[in-house]
Design a protein around this ligand. Structure first.
Ligand SMILES: Cc1cc2nc3c(=O)[nH]c(=O)nc-3n(C[C@H](O)[C@H](O)[C@H](O)COP(=O)(O)O)c2cc1C
Length: 223
């Protein structure tokens, strides 16, 4: 018997609003499939913005800012699937999620890509404009982390302005349901493969990170 599969959702909104409603919808879909679902609200953790050190690209060790980001990274590493959900602000990713992507990505994940082969889901929430661009930005970040993105039909972009509007976007919520269903299918498949093969890593990750062999990695290679 394998342990219960788990999806961790990262909510990049400043309020308990549309993105939270969409994630509650996603949680219901996951739980109907027997999947544990936890949401981390970035507004509730202590998160520093990137500092002035500017040495991220050369530093061979994790970020030294002391805040709640490493704890969230540990939760992501423990999960089977991860959903990144963010509202659109100013035609871009809302600043909480943007900060998290920078801090978690460059500060911790780039060394050995610990999210490799986890199943990713991306949701953007907007009144209308640039929902696709934010969805695409978060998608590229998931791919950078060597996560597995499942095709689930139309992108899970939800259109909503005022609190409560997301629950009226039937098409958006249908796309979110399909996303969670397909994530669950893939998580189950990977889990079964791991159990049958006895390998904890379903797919070889190859090089530890994509910086190997590039000038970016030179400092790390020095004794
Ligand atoms: C500061 C700010 C900027 C926004 N910029 C955009 C935008 O560029 N495009 C858009 O479609 N909606 C924009 N919106 C609307 C939000 O994306 C929308 O209200 C969304 O439902 C908010 O999600 P939330 O309730 O989870 O925070 C903006 C909202 C705020 C507060």
């Amino acid at each position: 018997m394998s342990a219960q599969l788990k999806i961790l959702a990262i909510n990049g909104s400043e309020r308990d609003g549309n993105t939270a409603d969409v994630l509650r919808h996603a949680a219901r879909v996951a739980e109907n499939r027997g999947v544990d679902f936890e949401t981390v609200d970035l507004r509730s953790i202590r998160m520093e913005r990137c500092g002035p050190c500017g040495d991220c690209n050369d530093r061979p060790v994790a970020c030294t800012l002391a805040d709640g980001v490493p704890e969230v990274v540990a939760k992501m590493v423990a999960a089977d699937g991860i959903i990144f959900a963010a509202p659109v602000h100013g035609f871009g990713t809302a600043s909480l999620m943007q900060t998290f992507i920078e801090r978690a990505g460059v500060g911790y994940l780039r060394f050995d890509r610990p999210l490799s082969n986890k199943v990713a889901g991306i949701i953007s929430v907007a009144r209308r404009y640039s929902a696709g661009e934010v969805w695409a930005q978060l998608t590229v970040n998931a791919l950078l982390n060597r996560m597995i993105l499942v095709g689930s039909g139309f992108p899970a972009t939800v259109h909503a302005l005022h609190r409560g509007d997301a629950l009226k976007d039937e098409e958006g919520l249908t796309n979110v349901s399909r996303l969670v269903e397909r994530m669950t299918d893939m998580m189950e498949l990977l889990d079964e493969h791991r159990r049958l093969s006895g390998r904890s890593d379903a797919l070889a990750s190859g090089e530890v990170n994509e910086r190997v062999g590039l000038a970016l990695n030179e400092l790390q290679a020095q004794p």
